[in-house]
Structure formats: C-alpha cells, structure tokens
Design a protein around this ligand. Structure first.
Ligand code: HEM
Ligand SMILES: *[C@@H]1O[C@H](CO)[C@@H](O)[C@H](O)[C@H]1NC(C)=O
Ligand SMILES: *[C@@H]1O[C@H](CO)[C@@H](O)[C@H](O)[C@H]1NC(C)=O
Ligand SMILES: *[C@@H]1O[C@H](CO)[C@@H](O)[C@H](O)[C@H]1NC(C)=O
Ligand SMILES: *[C@@H]1O[C@H](CO)[C@@H](O)[C@H](O)[C@H]1NC(C)=O
Ligand SMILES: *[C@@H]1O[C@H](CO)[C@@H](O)[C@H](O)[C@H]1NC(C)=O
Ligand SMILES: *[C@@H]1O[C@H](CO)[C@@H](O)[C@H](O)[C@H]1NC(C)=O
Ligand SMILES: *[C@@H]1O[C@H](CO)[C@@H](O)[C@H](O)[C@H]1NC(C)=O
Ligand SMILES: CC(=O)N[C@H]1CO[C@H](CO)[C@@H](O)[C@@H]1O
Length: 323
C-alpha cells in the first residue's frame, strides 16, 4: 500500500519535473488567441513557394540561422539601424533571402490578431510549410509559443553560424554550444539536400586547398572537375551551384549517398566522414524513411534552442523592427 502511494507521488513529481525541464513550447499555442494563424502562414507560404520554388531552401536556412544566434527569437529578421549592424547584414547572412515573405505573412496575421503571434514562430512554421509543400503532410511538428528578441548583432552571427570550412571538431563544438548532438549535426546537415552554395564557399577545395594551388583530396575528382567548369576562379563569389546536383529542389535523402561518393560540397559536409561514429550515421540516413523521421526530431530540437517564452522578449508588430 505504502509503495503504491509513493509510486503515485513519484510519478506526479516526475511529471512536474518533466514539464519544468522541457521547453515551454506547446502544440498549437495560438489555438484560442489566433486560430487562423496556422492557416494564414501555410496559405501564404504555399503561394510564395509556387511562385518561387527555391523558397523552401531559403526559409529553412533562415530558421537555422535564427536559432543559432540568440536562440529561435526572430533576431535574424531584424533590420540594421543607424547604430547597429544586424545579423542579416553579417557576411554569412549576406545570401539570406525571403525576409519579405515573412514580413508579408506577419502583416496578414496582424490584420486578424494584433500583437499575438511572434515572428520567431512565423519563421519556424513557414520554413516547415515551405519544405513540406512537395508532400501532402507536414514534414515535422512545430511547437509554438516562442517570443521575439529585441537584439540582433552581426558580430554574433559571425561568431555562432558554422562556416563552410569548419572541421569535425569545430562543428561538434558549435552544435554542442546549442545543446545539439553529433546525431543532430549529421541529421540536420541533410538540409543540404535542397538549395545552392556560392562558389566562394568551397572554391578553395578546387583551387588552393593547402595554399599550394592544390585540390582537396577528400573531394570526388570527377565532381571537382565538374565544379571547376562552374566556378572558374577562387574569387568567384556570384556563381551558384546546386548542393544536391539534379534534385536541389527536392527534399529527399540524396545528400547522404552523395556524401558517401565524396560529393559533399563544403568541407563541413565532407567532415562528417572523418570520424567513424558520424560515418555510421551517414550510412543509416541513406534510408529516406529513416532520414525523414530523424530530421523531424532534430528540427524539433533545433526549433527549441535558447527560446524566449512566457513574458520574456516581446511580440513584434513588424518582424524587421523592434516595437
Ligand atoms: C553544419 C553546419 C552547416 C554549415 C557549415 C552550413 C553552411 C552552409 C553554406 C556555406 C551554405 C551556402 C550559402 C550560400 O553560398 O549562399 C549553406 C546553404 C544552406 N544551408 Fe547550411 N550549413 C550548415 C548547417 C545547416 C543546417 C543545420 C540547415 C538547416 C536545418 C542548413 C540549411 C541550408 C540550406 C537549406 C541551404 C541552401 C540555401 C539556399 O539555397 O539559398 N544548413 N549552408
Ligand atoms: C487557406 O486556403 C484554403 C484553401 O485554399 C482556404 O479554404 C482557407 O480559407 C484559407 N485560409 C486562410 C486563413 O486564409
Ligand atoms: C527592413 O529592410 C527592408 C530591406 O531594406 C525594407 O524593405 C523594410 O521596409 C525594412 N523594414 C522596416 C520596418 O523599415
Ligand atoms: C541607437 O539609436 C536609437 C535611435 O535610432 C536610439 O534610440 C538608441 O538610444 C541608440 N542606442 C545606442 C546604444 O546608442
Ligand atoms: C580544426 O580546426 C581548428 C581551428 O582551425 C584547429 O585548431 C584544429 O586543429 C582542427 N582539428 C582537426 C582535427 O583538424
Ligand atoms: C593560395 O594560397 C596561398 C597561401 O595562402 C597564397 O599565397 C596564394 O596566393 C593562393 N593562390 C591563389 C591563386 O589565390
Ligand atoms: C565579391 O567580390 C568582389 C570583388 O572581390 C567584391 O567587390 C564584392 O563585394 C564581393 N561580393 C560579395 C557579395 O561578397
Ligand atoms: C566519384 O563520382 C563518380 C560518379 O560521378 C562515382 O562513380 C565514383 O564512385 C565516385 N568516387 C568515389 C571515390 O566515391
Ligand atoms: C549587402 C550587405 O548587407 N553587406 C554587408 C555584409 O556584412 C558586412 C560585414 O558586417 C557589411 O560590411 C556589409 O555591408
């Protein structure tokens, strides 16, 4: 009898602990306060994706950059001001794109539910809906209830966004600093199944890997020859190359078999094969069902990095400026 009661007490205590420790994001946070929010975001996102099929890659990367700098707090969406250079104007952010789409969704939502839905949640949902446009179902669950930050600094983007030349150790450290694991790193790198890279993010691998005018030996030489026909010199910073050749607009698990053929575009991609444990994960994720399942879980974790909730931060009225 005594045991039974302490078991129940334990279970109650345990569930409190879980609630306290877990992120305070919830399923459908705006269910009562703005029931139309999810539909407005989905409709507008799908309209834009139809007009511009490269948008899913843009929004997915933007959400990643948001989460890695001050947490998923919409800080990536803020404009620079007279006395502050914002994240979006930092060098790694130079090629971000799609801010106007988020601003337009926000305007539509403000018209229905003023000061209710955060820009950080809009970005998280729009990125999911954009990537999911090619499927009949949402590819991952997005919990909501994030609040918007009021600070955005280009220096913090430079310090927190991993670079294309990062080695394995640097990648692991960067992800660990966001509470993400080796497994998350390998899974989320699979996002490079969609989108493009600019030549200058990898051309050192083609033309001057160790400073001796050489090529990166870990890059497939057939693929390197192809890339050289696209990126003609080290200084080319305008040409774009598909990261997943032939299916860069299709969200699939192709990233992994490509990687195993030594066709990862960046050193940071190739770095995943420099260690046994991560190579093992790469091999598992060739299986598309496995990749989709794991990606959904890792995106949920990425979407909860250092979030502001409760009364922290604010609900921005316009995503590009603080209230
Ligand atoms: C692991 C460390 C990562 C590094 C070093 C990295 C680096 C890069 C670089 C250099 C580009 C090319 C940008 C350009 O030249 O325009 C890129 C593109 C992209 N990245 Fe990553 N990335 C990483 C992780 C991620 C994660 C976690 C996601 C999302 C979950 C992501 C999503 C994307 C997408 C979708 C693109 C294509 C963007 C476009 O088409 O404009 N990346 N990444
Ligand atoms: C979203 O689109 C669907 C179908 O196109 C439409 O029925 C619905 O009213 C739209 N919802 C909102 C909130 O715009
Ligand atoms: C933020 O910057 C963009 C691009 O320069 C501009 O179109 C937008 O109007 C700005 N936002 C505000 C609220 O001024
Ligand atoms: C930055 O400029 C704004 C006005 O554009 C001003 O209100 C604010 O006090 C300034 N902040 C600093 C730290 O100078
Ligand atoms: C990774 O890069 C860092 C910084 O450049 C360097 O100190 C470290 O030795 C490198 N690690 C490996 C395993 O190459
Ligand atoms: C290759 O790298 C070396 C060492 O950093 C540098 O001296 C050389 O100028 C580079 N070559 C080119 C073509 O940029
Ligand atoms: C590209 O390189 C040119 C010449 O070096 C430079 O003027 C320009 O600012 C660079 N553009 C970007 C987007 O980095
Ligand atoms: C390099 O790519 C070619 C085809 O593009 C492929 O047949 C070959 O196996 C790849 N090499 C390695 C080392 O994986
Ligand atoms: C186009 C643009 O915004 N470029 C900026 C990129 O970031 C650097 C460094 O912060 C700025 O000097 C550029 O103006």
């Amino acid at each position: 009898m005594k045991n039974k009661y302490s078991l129940v007490a334990c279970m109650i205590l345990l569930s409190f602990l879980l609630v306290c420790q877990g992120s305070s994001l919830t399923k459908d946070f705006y269910r009562h306060s703005c029931p139309q929010a999810a539909d407005i975001i989905k409709n507008k996102t799908l309209q834009h994706v139809t007009a511009n099929p490269v948008l899913p890659a843009k929004l997915l990367r933007m959400h990643f950059h948001d989460c890695f700098v001050r947490g998923c707090d919409g800080s990536v969406l803020l404009n620079s001001t007279a006395n502050n250079t914002a994240e979006k104007d930092a060098i790694p952010n130079l090629t971000l794109f799609g801010f106007d789409v988020i601003d337009e969704i926000k305007d539509a939502i403000e018209a229905k539910c003023p000061k209710t839905v955060s820009c950080a949640d809009i970005l998280a949902l729009a990125a999911r809906d954009a990537v999911s446009a090619q499927f009949d179902k949402p590819m991952w669950e997005v919990l909501t209830g994030r609040r918007d930050g009021t600070v955005s600094k280009s220096s913090e983007a430079l310090a927190n966004i991993p670079g294309p030349n990062f080695n394995f150790t640097q990648l692991i450290q960067n992800f660990a600093s966001k509470g993400l694991t080796l497994h998350d790193l390998v899974v989320l790198s699979g996002a490079h199944t969609i989108g493009i890279g600019h030549c200058n993010a990898f051309s050192n691998r083609l033309y001057n890997f160790t400073g001796k005018g050489d090529q990166d030996p870990s890059l497939n030489s057939t693929y390197a020859a192809f890339l050289k026909t696209k990126c003609k010199s080290l200084s080319d910073n305008t040409t774009r190359v598909e990261m997943d050749p032939g299916s860069s607009r299709t969200f699939d698990s192709d990233y992994y078999p490509n990687l195993l053929q030594k066709k990862g575009l960046f050193q940071s991609d190739a770095a995943l094969l420099t260690q046994d444990q991560s190579t093992g994960i790469v091999e598992e994720l060739v299986n598309q069902n496995k990749f989709f399942t794991e990606f959904a879980q890792s995106m949920k974790r990425m979407g909860a990095v250092d979030i502001l909730t409760g009364s922290a931060g604010e609900i921005r009225i316009k995503c590009s400026i603080v209230n």
